[in-house]
Design a protein around this ligand. Sequence first.
Ligand SMILES: *[C@@H]1O[C@H](CO)[C@@H](O)[C@H](O)[C@H]1NC(C)=O
Ligand SMILES: *[C@@H]1O[C@H](CO)[C@@H](O)[C@H](O)[C@H]1NC(C)=O
Ligand SMILES: *[C@@H]1O[C@H](CO)[C@@H](O)[C@H](O)[C@H]1NC(C)=O
Ligand SMILES: *[C@@H]1O[C@H](CO)[C@@H](O)[C@H](O)[C@H]1NC(C)=O
Ligand SMILES: *[C@@H]1O[C@H](CO)[C@@H](O)[C@H](O)[C@H]1NC(C)=O
Ligand SMILES: *[C@@H]1O[C@H](CO)[C@@H](O)[C@H](O)[C@H]1NC(C)=O
Ligand SMILES: *[C@@H]1O[C@H](CO)[C@@H](O)[C@H](O)[C@H]1NC(C)=O
Ligand SMILES: *[C@@H]1O[C@H](CO)[C@@H](O)[C@H](O)[C@H]1NC(C)=O
Ligand SMILES: *[C@@H]1O[C@H](CO)[C@@H](O)[C@H](O)[C@H]1NC(C)=O
Ligand SMILES: *[C@@H]1O[C@H](CO)[C@@H](O)[C@H](O)[C@H]1NC(C)=O
Length: 361
Amino acid sequence: MRASILASVTVGLALGAFAAPSPRDDGNSSGPFPFEDGFPSPSPEQLQEIFVEAHGTLSNSSPPTNVSSQGLINLRLIDFAERIEAVYFREFLKNVTTGVDGYELPSWVDYDYFVNFLNVTQHVEELHNLDAATALAHFNQTAIQPCTDYHFPVSNFNESVTLAMTFTSNVFGLLGEIVQIFAQSGDFGLTRHVVQVVANEGEQNGFFRYLLGRVPDELPFTTTSTREFSFTALQGFVDPASCPNINLISQDIKTFDALTLLDTPNATTSDIRFAVASDKYVNGTSYSVVYNNQLNTPIVEPATWVSSDNTTVTLKATFPYDAHLMNGLTIAAITNSSGPFADVDAVSAAAIWAPAFIVVN
Ligand SMILES: *[C@@H]1O[C@H](CO)[C@@H](O)[C@H](O)[C@H]1NC(C)=O
Ligand SMILES: *[C@@H]1O[C@H](CO)[C@@H](O)[C@H](O)[C@H]1NC(C)=O
Ligand SMILES: *[C@@H]1O[C@H](CO)[C@@H](O)[C@H](O)[C@H]1NC(C)=O
Ligand SMILES: *[C@@H]1O[C@H](CO)[C@@H](O)[C@H](O)[C@H]1NC(C)=O
Ligand SMILES: *[C@@H]1O[C@H](CO)[C@@H](O)[C@H](O)[C@H]1NC(C)=O
Ligand SMILES: *[C@@H]1O[C@H](CO)[C@@H](O)[C@H](O)[C@H]1NC(C)=O
Ligand SMILES: *[C@@H]1O[C@H](CO)[C@@H](O)[C@H](O)[C@H]1NC(C)=O
Ligand SMILES: *[C@@H]1O[C@H](CO)[C@@H](O)[C@H](O)[C@H]1NC(C)=O
Ligand SMILES: *[C@@H]1O[C@H](CO)[C@@H](O)[C@H](O)[C@H]1NC(C)=O
Ligand SMILES: *[C@@H]1O[C@H](CO)[C@@H](O)[C@H](O)[C@H]1NC(C)=O
């Protein structure tokens, strides 16, 4: 197994670039909902069943009595993000159990073990979603309604595990950002929920990484992200027009123009190319590619023009792996400022085209 899998230990994804709709046919206009277990609106009996399948319960302790406005923005984004994850793992599980072409397991992966893993994980993600939905209800807030059209840019086992690894790595960064915003906003009563969730997602990611021949440890300090990078990427997995009240999120969190990674870097310094739509590109402007990795200050590299056609501009920049040991998740963005940027939030504030995700090693 090992030699061939270890040969490809990098992945590059520009999730926003995969937004082309390919409607899932779930037989009716409610998309994949409700699931067999009643999710996202299980009855009390169905919820007990979800607890059994997830190997655990929702918290039965009381949430705080009040919440900040930034705290509500966090909860809405978690509601949206975790439901997408539940849909993803249910679809992955179905693909494996119904024998979809490309979803045959590698010979060294035990079928029962893997199916059980996805089964538990799907229900765990349902509870992560219901935790946020329950908190919003507690604060008398409108929940984020399910989208009906989900589509993921994967069509075999390897791609599905790789995408799960990539978006889970970004979730570590998103939840770190969210816990910081809760803390800044006085919502300390919600911080533990987020930390307990991120630890669970770390457990999942170690297994995805094992399946890809990588060591379970991604990084000593995983990469930070922002609500804006995450919301932009997540919208690549849905048709936003099929999400009845996504405006409750987009009123507060901006969406970037798509950034497409054209070359996947390896664990070495090299030039890599990116594509952006030409409508906002101003010839003569000095653009930069800004890389965010771990908890470090963002790395700025000049972006140089490679080519243009009617709709797309191709740019290239150095991926400075050797100077910065850029393992694990790196989030790239393009700005018209060369910084310096204090942190990922400053990059997110300045980004024009973003994000692109790279996972080396
Ligand atoms: C997954 O990738 C590995 C390494 O590239 C390859 O050996 C294996 O055949 C792939 N499996 C599938 C199902 O594509
Ligand atoms: C869609 O299908 C599900 C499961 O078959 C069913 O429970 C649900 O009521 C259907 N929804 C609509 C709008 O037809
Ligand atoms: C998932 O687990 C539950 C029990 O926890 C079981 O009833 C169900 O059949 C499992 N689903 C699959 C697809 O294995
Ligand atoms: C919640 O209310 C308490 C008491 O009025 C106040 O001290 C605290 O700052 C409030 N928390 C938030 C997040 O607004
Ligand atoms: C499941 O398989 C279908 C058909 O290949 C594919 O379109 C979809 O993206 C897959 N979903 C996951 C989560 O692997
Ligand atoms: C939610 O609404 C109920 C009923 O109107 C009220 O009793 C409760 O105090 C409200 N909760 C919050 C957090 O505003
Ligand atoms: C990374 O390595 C692969 C396999 O050797 C190669 O095809 C690819 O061009 C390399 N990527 C870059 C950016 O050099
Ligand atoms: C954009 O600038 C490059 C050099 O910076 C130049 O070669 C190219 O022709 C320009 N494209 C357009 C459309 O002006
Ligand atoms: C694209 O550019 C070519 C020339 O480079 C031109 O002939 C063509 O009409 C353009 N198409 C559009 C849709 O603008
Ligand atoms: C840089 O980008 C920002 C945000 O997209 C824009 O408002 C500003 O006009 C741009 N500045 C230049 C010099 O292009």
